[in-house]
Design a protein around this ligand. Structure first.
Ligand code: S3P
Length: 166
């Protein structure tokens, strides 16, 4: 069984994913980390050197070719479901979960640590909020193709596990 966690940057995919995996005895895979392994550099450095399109192609290749352990919980990058047929691929190869969160909640989580995320690193607070609103509006139709949509506010691994069982 594979569980793909999808959603905007900052919604908690990695944190919840790691906790869920340990709770249910699955492996945890962080796709951003695997992309960095393949690229041999950080995502930020890869973006600067090769641009976003090259990053999306590499991300898609890693998503589809990674040798996932039989039972895994996978945290995907925020843009992964919105490129090519990645969303259909995830729906066909596992259970997809959209961790839904509003722009204000995302903004308060993303204010810190902006420099690690190439799409955010040059934005001030006002620009960050506008960016989140605009990008989320663009991406929502992809995220909503998930098989399970859960509210990310106050989400715990226990609650997510219960929702996956129901
Ligand atoms: C991105 C999200 C990031 C990372 C890259 C691009 C995006 O992952 O893949 O910086 O386009 O939303 P997280 O969602 O894990 O921050």
């Amino acid at each position: 069984m594979k569980v793909f966690l999808i959603g905007f940057m900052g919604c908690g995919k990695s944190t919840i994913g790691m906790r869920l995996a340990s709770k249910i005895g699955s492996s945890f895979v962080d796709l951003d980390h695997e992309v960095e392994q393949q690229a041999g550099s950080t995502i930020s450095a890869f973006f600067s050197a090769h641009g976003e399109e090259a990053f999306r192609q590499l991300e898609s290749k890693v998503l589809k070719e990674f040798p996932y352990p039989e039972h895994s919980v996978i945290a995907t990058g925020g843009g992964a479901p919105c490129y090519g047929d990645n969303m259909q691929w995830m729906n066909a190869n596992g259970t997809t979960v959209y961790i839904d969160m509003s722009p204000p909640a995302l903004a308060s989580r993303l204010e810190k640590g902006r420099e690690k995320r190439p799409l955010l690193k040059n934005l001030n607070d006002a620009e960050l909020f506008a960016f989140i609103e605009g990008k989320l509006a663009e991406r929502r139709s992809f995220y909503q193709q998930a098989q399970l949509i859960v509210d990310g506010v106050g989400l715990t691994a226990e609650r997510l596990n219960a929702l996956l069982q129901s």
